[in-house]
Design a binder for this molecule. Structure first.
Ligand code: ATP
Ligand code: MG
Length: 238
């Protein structure tokens, strides 16, 4: 990512002169206050929007030059606001992709939602959402996580992916992700800083600018924005 500037339509600039490198296989965290541009950055990396200036390349080629089908199969997103289709649990995970049942179940297990889905009246064939089985906000997130994992993407984007999940389940999923996402590039947006503690690099956005980047310990020592966020969450700073 080089000198990226972005605004939604005629609105104010949301990302300012952003430059960063994301090595293949890296596990990056993205933190910052509400409205600092975290989801917007993911949207640009996912090609939902194009930047007004600057560039994004992957493997040396412009991101925009990757054919759609290839791009879609290479990326997975657990969005900040996951949605369900009025369709079966299986369809909600597969999303029209030809995914072998075994891989689908393995993804649901890694996302800690297999047990819940198996216990529904028609198991994975139970219709979810409107007019179907009731699903909590956290369960919706877990289904979105299974959906992303089932595609076995090279790059995984997690935007507050477990924000509505209890701490125990969140911890279990992060352990599962270590296995399921081994070798994958992962970008994880989080407000709960405990989930980015083990990242290779944590990016700190402030009003659309990349103000700090480093490992947890480094950023705590730096005494800047990140350390203030940590203090707010009263994490141990050892
Ligand atoms: P949060 O932690 O609340 O999810 P964020 O860091 O993900 O915040 P963004 O969603 O990237 O923040 O928003 C950054 C800025 O862009 C905000 O000022 C927001 O109002 C604006 N914005 C976000 N989405 C849109 C949109 N679709 N159209 C116009 N402005 C938008
Ligand atoms: Mg966001």
């Amino acid at each position: 990512v080089r000198h990226l500037n972005f605004a939604y339509g005629d609105g104010p600039t949301v990302l300012h002169d952003l430059t960063l490198d994301i090595p293949q296989g890296a596990f990056f965290g993205i933190v910052g206050h509400t409205g600092s541009g975290k989801s917007t950055l993911l949207s640009l990396l996912l090609r939902f929007y194009a930047a007004q200036s600057g560039r994004i390349t992957i493997d040396g080629l412009p991101l925009a030059s990757v054919p759609d089908a290839q791009f879609r199969s290479a990326v997975g997103l657990v969005p900040q606001e996951p949605y369900l289709m009025a369709a079966s649990a299986r369809e909600n995970i597969a999303m029209g992709r030809a995914i072998p049942d075994e891989r689908l179940r393995a993804a649901a297990q890694a996302a800690r939602i297999d047990e819940f889905l198996s216990q529904l009246p028609q198991g994975y064939d139970t219709v979810l959402g409107e007019g179907g089985a009731r699903v909590s906000t956290g369960q919706k997130q877990l289904i979105a996580m299974a959906r992303a994992l089932a595609g076995d993407p090279r790059v995984l984007f997690l935007d507050e992916a477990t924000s509505n999940v209890d701490s125990k389940t969140e911890l279990e999923i992060s352990r599962e992700l270590e296995l399921a996402a081994r070798g994958k590039t992962q970008l994880l947006v989080a407000h709960r800083l405990a989930t980015v503690r083990n990242c290779d690099l944590i990016l700190v956005l402030h009003q659309g600018e990349l103000v700090e980047a480093g490992r947890h310990e480094e950023l705590v020592r730096l005494g800047g924005t990140y350390s203030r966020l940590v203090a707010l969450q009263q994490l141990s700073v050892s």
